[in-house]
Write a protein that binds this ligand. Structure first.
Ligand code: PA5
Length: 445
């Protein structure tokens, strides 16, 4: 039940054996640097041993608090942005087997707020929860991010209006830094249930902490199996070299392709359950690798839907992209095409075939076409849709991006670029402390 990687469609045609031989030692050095904690950003490697050394008390507390939320609420609103929500959303949408709104088949539905600055989006949530019982889980490592701060401010005042101060305090769960920030202070003062985002785990690597696990537990998923999947993958990968380790193979092949001018990686899925997972992946890879004027640009497509839109570009447009397809070997439920009572429907050749079989042929057809069109295709295979596999996938990609960043000589664990827009926005909003920048920006007008 391991995540595996198939390089058949890149080796030979797009990656020569000598290229593989030449980069091998760099991949191993990068992996050693990560494991020995001697590379840049090594103070943020808490995620590396997290699944294997999971704090069982923390896990129990997450389960307890999730049970409390499930007992008292129809809806949990997770308030967070970037690494503070993408992992939970990825997991819930991956495991959710309804084609409807995310989390809508759960006893306690999980919604996400503070992910942008849209009034309409927030008002829709306020309208939706009006007659429902709800709780809030505000997640922010820094405690200062503007989008979740505003959403929390508005949702908390509605919560207090509905339940009063005392009961509202039973319905607010804070996930933030152990000590710093006003949110930690508030959680302590009001005795909210709270969780710590460890100092040594950056936001985008935090999915296997309470950041991701609490919402997933509230949605009714088995978080112990998620940790088990991640820990088995993490444990096995410790002893593996480039030849056996899927994360290292992935890091290696995408870096060879990058050096040959393939600057965009398109993560492709053939199942909408992986759509939000791709959003998590984009943040993880974009923020970890895109710096110092370097890095693969991470994009995503949802097939077969996007074969009728972006498929044209992938097949025939400018040749600077490669694809990474995630293949689910046993997707579960499988509908069959029944015999038609309308002879001219044109579907006779499909009768007796199942949707999974047809989807599989769509994937292989796409893969062959894209490779023929000059697009290298890496295939990542997973056995099924389950908590265990989800844990494996999370860790597979985290490990690969750490190694990949080091191969490309960047610090994969910082994100200096995200500060630039914030500084301008605060200055334009005339936040105290930004006066000089405010003057500078006003002169631009
Ligand atoms: O990966 C990161 O560190 C960021 O993307 C953060 O997750 C994001 O900016 C949200 O930050 P915070 O959790 O401090 O509100």
């Amino acid at each position: 039940m391991e995540v595996s990687i198939d390089l058949t469609h890149v080796m030979g045609k797009f990656i020569k054996d000598q290229e593989y031989q030449m980069i091998k030692s760099q991949v191993e050095d990068a992996s050693d640097m990560l494991r020995s904690r001697t590379g840049p950003g090594s103070e943020f490697l808490g995620w590396l041993d997290l699944p294997c050394d999971y704090d069982t008390e923390e896990l129990e507390k997450i389960k307890e608090v999730s049970e409390k939320i499930r007992r008292q609420s129809d809806v949990l609103i997770v308030i967070g942005i970037g690494g503070s929500y993408l992992g939970a959303k990825a997991g819930i949408d991956f495991l959710d087997n309804t084609p409807l709104q995310s989390g809508s088949n759960q006893e306690t539905e999980v919604l996400f707020a503070g992910t942008q600055l849209s009034s309409k989006h927030l008002q829709n949530i306020l309208d939706y929860i009006e007659d429902k019982n709800y709780s809030l889980n505000v997640i922010t490592k820094s405690g200062t991010t503007i989008e979740p701060s505003i959403a929390y401010h508005i949702l908390k005042s509605k919560l207090i209006e509905k339940y009063g101060e005392e009961e509202a305090a039973q319905r607010i769960i804070v996930t933030t830094d152990a000590e710093s920030g006003s949110l930690r202070q508030e959680a302590n003062e009001k005795s909210y249930d709270s969780f710590v985002i460890p100092d040594n785990i950056g936001g985008r690597f935090s999915v296997l902490t309470a950041v991701g696990l609490l919402p997933l537990a509230v949605a009714g998923y088995d978080i112990e199996m998620i940790i088990k999947g991640a820990s088995v993958y993490a444990y096995n990968s410790r002893a593996q070299g480039v030849k056996e380790n899927p994360s290292l193979k992935y890091a290696m092949s995408r870096n060879i392709l990058y050096r040959k001018g393939y600057h965009v990686e398109v993560l492709a899925n053939f199942d909408p359950r992986l759509k939000s997972f791709a959003e998590w992946w984009k943040q993880l890879y974009g923020e970890s690798e895109g710096k110092d004027g370097k890095g693969i640009f991470p994009a995503s497509v949802n097939y077969t839907t996007d074969l009728h839109s972006l498929g044209q570009y992938v097949q025939d447009g400018k040749r600077f992209l490669f694809e990474t397809m995630i293949q689910i070997k046993n997707p579960g439920l499988d509908l069959e095409i029944s015999e038609s009572d309308q002879p001219d429907e044109g579907l006779e050749y499909l009768e007796g075939k199942s949707l999974n079989e047809i989807n599989d042929k769509a994937m292989m057809g796409t893969l062959y076409a894209h490779v023929d069109g000059g697009v290298p295709v890496i295939v990542i295979q997973i056995d099924e849709v389950s908590e265990y596999v989800l844990g494996q996938l999370f860790f597979f990609f985290e490990l690969a991006v750490g190694v990949s960043g080091y191969i490309n000589a960047v610090n994969p664990f910082d994100q200096p670029g995200v500060e630039a827009y914030k500084e301008n926005m605060y200055a334009l909003l005339e936040k105290p402390g930004y006066e000089e920048k405010t003057r500078e920006l006003k002169e631009k007008n």
